[in-house]
Design a protein around this ligand. Structure first.
Ligand code: C5P
Length: 240
């Protein structure tokens, strides 16, 4: 994989015009564009086709979490939309994960196209040990243990990988092996502002730890020259 393909640009804007402006500029310098609930809900699903038409690939970050039949049907829609990646909550359970993995494969076969990469979100990084025990009522396990167990469950269910914090990469890579895709946010090159991210990792360090893809937003979006920022990140990864 080329260094540029590892960058997933988080299109955290709510105007389609602004988002597509970034796609036009940056499609040659990043691997995919992440559409979160902010952009998806303001632009609608056609944003995926527009990104594809501009030579980009789309990661639909809507974190599906519902009964198996509903998430399986949403997975078929994602496949028909021709997105590159989408994600679901591992907390939806084994049946939900198996069902979406099966429906996506079936729909892709029916259409004769490649299946999107399905990623699981394990424990949100905003949930600490206290929230896990006192709010989610999961006791007897450390957050890190739940993260690894849910990553393993996702793998067993047939998902392609997970989205996780850089701090969890090493444990997930060790448990789930080299073919399991690891996508990580919380990335900051040394030259860029941390913004509201507290524990950050550089692109080179995330790569060394075993990440396949990194989600990067403001270091590129808010840079004086976004193309130069993306090129600098690529160079820093290539120096490894
Ligand atoms: O601008 P920045 O690089 O901080 O953007 C990071 C992106 O990754 C945002 O879209 C954010 O929602 C997402 N993300 C995150 N931390 C997580 C999960 C997702 O920053 N734990």
């Amino acid at each position: 994989m080329q260094a540029k393909d590892r960058i997933i640009l988080a299109l955290d804007v709510d105007s389609e015009v602004e988002a597509l402006g970034f796609v036009r500029q940056l499609a040659p310098f990043v691997g995919a564009f992440k559409i979160g609930m902010q952009l998806f809900n303001s632009s609608g699903p056609s944003i995926v086709n527009k990104i594809n038409d501009l030579g980009g690939q789309a990661f639909v970050d809507l974190k599906f979490h519902d009964i198996p039949n509903t998430v399986a049907a949403a997975g078929r829609v994602m496949t028909r939309l021709n997105c590159y990646m989408f994600n679901v909550h591992a907390a939806g359970g084994m049946a939900m994960l198996e069902s979406v993995a099966h429906s996506v494969k079936d729909e892709a076969n029916r259409l004769g196209q490649t299946s999107p990469i399905i990623l699981a979100v394990t424990v949100l990084t905003s949930i600490g040990q206290s929230e896990l025990e006192n709010e989610m009522l999961i006791s007897g396990f450390k957050v890190e243990e739940v993260v690894v167990k849910w990553a393993l469950m996702a793998k067993k269910a047939g998902l392609s990988g997970v989205v996780c914090s850089p701090r969890e990469i090493t444990a997930i890579r060790a448990a789930c092996g080299n073919d399991f895709k690891i996508v990580t946010p919380g990335i900051r090159p040394t030259w860029s502002a941390k913004n509201d991210q507290v524990r950050v990792t550089t692109p080179a360090d995330a790569l060394k730890m075993g990440a396949d893809y990194m989600v990067i937003g403001r270091p590129i979006l808010k840079a004086a020259n976004p193309v130069d920022a993306a090129k600098t990140i690529i160079e820093e990864m290539e120096e490894l």
